[in-house]
Design a protein around this ligand. Structure first.
Ligand code: F6P
Length: 541
């Protein structure tokens, strides 16, 4: 770690010590929401309900400079191999660079191929949608996307988010190797009018390949040529061919697109079939606009930068180990799960780029659930638990539902009420007055009042936008991608590898024969042996 960064972290730590007991409400004045917010297009990110003051923000911006994030950002956009442990460029932004000019990797412009693949996807999606591509039984009624991690969470989240724009066949997602997932999905579908999309960058992921084989077996029972109703989204062309999917229905992408960043290209095919190529392009354009903003806006006005610095303030500065993502949007119900992979697979690392142990905490635990459902589940702990959990709210001004504007207003009111309650809390004095009004007195009044105290001073931010349309969703996802980039760059880690998922995968492969009773569990630890024994004793074969 160079001295500039060390000094920048020391400056931040000094600010965090001062801010520890600072009153957020005490910072609030009429100027603050304008000063402690960022705008991108028609979206507003408000972080005024945090303990960050001007000095703390200056320290955070100092960290941004010391970590040379702006230079790293340009290196990413320009195709430098910043994923150093895998020797790869990181260019998911090229997938939405619809008219942004050349992007070179090793001196070669990748854009012609990106645009060519996009055109092939669009042509295929259109054929499926206008019934030029059919199954054995006629027009495609159902599309089943089989993938996991980045090959599932992105399209599944976005397809649900954009359901008002669906005008294509029904789209389903299967990810879990638990046979219940595919069985529940295929039940009730007509194999002769179903298109199966096998989405796997590597085409080796055991969950996906197992489910793909199950789907093919299911289809073979009725369909004479099941391969004719399969498509593949993958970088591994030979493997897709070996599986029996003809090249014209294989949509490839390069290794410079990471799995959790891959929604913008072929992995988005199921979404494109659901909403149509035009709406998909609008989605890409929203993301492209956020890319431009991220590249050009001054750090203090830069939404991804300030979202990231808010995260660094809370996690590495103030030591809050988790953050809740709380979309007040039922259709964004899968956003927390999507962000769990995006943020935790990217920034859940314990060594910096050069292999040295991190001296700061890695990225936080990300979790959440759509409001208002979460309010009736875990908000109790957020308001009155002993740990502080920074909350990130998302909400739109408008819904899509005709005649239900009053429900949207109620949703917004709930969202704003939560951030207000978190900040203001309720004092013991107010709680006592409430109890006194109910006729309580003496020790019972004291006891009851204490349960009704809200400590308040709990930080939150709010991202608000007019409507969850394709362009806005694209911008939101790109916003979070860049947030992850900035936080990772400040921590000095590689946000684009995922070595931490490998060990479990290897052990699972080795354990399968043990669980099947085909190999001895000798050599395994006593606990694992006992668990394997339990399975062998109880499995109904
Ligand atoms: O969980 C590890 C991981 O490699 C993710 O990064 C990726 O999104 C997922 O598995 C699926 O990989 P693939 O698309 O190659 O099947």
């Amino acid at each position: 770690m160079n001295n500039n960064i060390k000094q920048a972290w020391a400056d931040l730590d000094a600010q965090a010590i001062v801010a520890k007991d600072r009153s957020i409400l005490g910072l609030m004045d009429d100027e603050r929401p304008g000063e402690f917010s960022a705008r991108a297009g028609d979206m507003l990110f408000d972080y005024s309900k945090t303990s960050m003051d001007r000095a703390a923000r200056a320290a955070l911006l100092g960290l941004f400079d010391a970590a040379k994030v702006a230079e790293k950002r340009e290196a990413m956009f320009n195709g430098a191999p910043i994923n150093e442990t895998e020797g790869r460029s990181v260019l998911h932004t090229a997938l939405r660079n619809l008219d942004g000019g050349p992007v070179n990797v090793d001196g070669l412009d990748v854009m012609p191929e990106v645009l060519d693949t996009m055109a092939r996807m669009e042509a295929f999606a259109q054929k499926v949608r206008n019934e030029a591509f059919t199954g054995q039984g006629g027009a495609i009624t159902d599309v089943v996307n089989i993938g996991i991690g980045g090959s599932d969470l992105g399209p599944a989240m976005a397809t649900r988010a954009l359901s008002p724009y669906h005008d294509g066949p029904r789209v389903h997602f299967v990810s879990n190797v638990d046979g219940a997932d595919i069985a529940d999905t295929l039940r009730g579908l007509d194999a002769t009018t179903t298109l199966v999309i096998v989405a796997s960058k590597t085409f080796t992921t055991i969950e996906t390949m197992t489910n793909a084989a199950t789907a093919r077996a299911w289809m073979s029972e009725i369909v004479t040529d099941p391969g004719a109703q399969f498509a593949a989204l993958s970088s591994a062309e030979e493997k897709t061919q070996a599986f029996g999917i003809p090249a014209e229905r294989v949509f490839g992408f390069e290794d410079w697109v990471g799995g959790r960043y891959s929604l913008w290209g072929p992995i988005g095919l199921s979404l494109m079939i659901a909403i149509g190529p035009d709406a998909f392009r609008a989605f890409l354009r929203g993301a492209q606009a956020m890319d431009l903003h991220f590249r050009c806006a001054e750090p203090v006005e830069n939404m991804p930068v300030m979202l990231a610095l808010t995260g660094i303030w809370h996690n590495q500065g103030l030591g809050y180990a988790t953050r809740a993502v709380l979309p007040y949007s039922n259709r964004l119900g899968r956003l927390p799960a999507y962000l769990q992979q995006l943020e935790m697979e990217s920034n859940g690392k314990r060594v910096s780029m050069d292999g040295a142990d991190l001296t700061r905490d890695s990225g936080p635990v990300v979790w959440g659930e759509a409001g208002t459902n979460g309010q009736h589940a875990f908000y109790q702990l957020i308001h009155q638990g002993t740990r502080v959990i920074p909350c990130e709210f998302l909400v739109s001004t408008n819904g899509h539902e005709d005649g239900l504007a009053h429900q949207q207003r109620l949703l917004i009111a709930n969202c704003f009420a939560q951030s207000e309650a978190l900040m203001k809390g309720r004092s013991l004095e107010d709680a006592r007055a409430l109890m006194a009004a109910k006729g309580l007195e003496g020790s019972e009044l004291d006891r009851q009042a204490r349960h009704r105290v809200f400590p308040g001073n709990r930080p939150s931010s709010t991202l608000i936008y007019p409507l969850l349309d394709p362009a806005t969703l694209g911008a939101i996802i790109a916003l979070y991608e860049h947030r992850v980039f900035v936080e990772g760059a400040i921590l000095g880690i590689n946000s684009f590898d995922q070595w931490g998922v490998e060990l479990g995968k290897e052990l699972a492969v080795a354990l399968e024969p043990l669980v099947a009773g085909e190999a001895s569990a000798e050599g395994k630890d006593a606990s694992t042996r006992a668990l394997v024994d339990y399975v062998l004793e109880n499995e109904v074969r």
